[in-house]
Design a protein around this ligand. Structure first.
Ligand code: SF4
Ligand code: SF4
Length: 227
């Protein structure tokens, strides 16, 4: 028994308080594919975190570049809160919640920590063979891979990033690709975020690069400017 706590205060099951849901939606695992295939978890409620993007790693406690692709339930508007969490109601898909939510025990995190990075679902697991979006996901990865945002963040902090030409090329290629696909396939924003993750310029802005919108497109700079 913990010091100062009565036996009945020790938590042994989920109270559905929603604290974990407010911190963000779960990463999906292979066993969650059936929920997606059933149509109960549509791709427009998912977001892809590409290899190289920054994310909080519960194992190290650091915000660092992810070494593998993650497909997660997206947040709500500009908040991290899980898309399926409703104030006053809690999880609106509780009976069908993904595997990571089922094994999460905030009072005993060993099981969830042991699953991190294992049996993860990817976009290509989710998109059916023959879906034209599969080829576009692969093409986008080939043309516009996400750079290692941890290296860029650290270089900015060390004042050792001076040449933005390659990053500017990536930003232009990424935006051009998205623009073409969105027009050709009438792709809503939510599906774009599943297929291609967040635009590279937004990721660069988050680590401290300046972003300026011009008639010719988004321009990067070393001094932080937003508009
Ligand atoms: S796992 Fe813990 S934090 Fe998450 S809803 Fe259950 S009791 Fe709350
Ligand atoms: S799916 Fe449900 S249980 Fe899981 S994080 Fe979202 S709201 Fe919480």
């Amino acid at each position: 028994m913990l010091p100062g706590k009565a036996m009945n205060e020790i938590q042994t099951k989920c109270r559905q308080c929603g604290t974990c849901c407010l911190k963000g939606g779960p990463a999906l695992h292979i066993e969650d594919l059936a929920i997606i295939r059933s149509g109960k978890l549509p791709v427009n409620s998912l977001i892809t975190i590409r290899k190289g993007e920054l994310a909080h790693d519960p194992l190290t406690g650091r915000v660092q570049a992810v070494a593998y692709e993650l497909v997660k339930i997206c947040g709500t508007a500009r908040e991290w809160r899980c898309f399926y969490y409703a104030a006053g109601k809690g999880c609106t898909m509780y009976a069908l919640r993904p595997s990571a939510c089922r094994v999460l025990k905030c009072w005993d995190p060993d099981e969830i920590l042991a699953r991190i990075g294992k049996d993860l679902l990817t976009r290509l697991d989710i998109l059916a063979v023959g879906d034209p979006l599969r080829l576009l996901v692969e093409e986008h990865e080939r043309l516009c891979p996400c750079p290692d945002m941890e290296l860029i963040r650290d270089a900015l902090l060390a004042d050792s990033l001076h040449d933005l030409a390659e990053l500017q090329r990536l930003v232009d290629a990424d935006l051009g690709f998205r623009d073409q696909v969105v027009k050709a396939h009438d792709l809503p924003l939510a599906e774009e975020l599943f297929c291609f993750g967040r635009p590279i310029f937004q990721l660069l802005q988050a680590v401290g690069l300046g972003i300026t919108g011009t008639a010719a497109g988004i321009k990067l700079s070393l001094s932080e400017k937003t508009q």
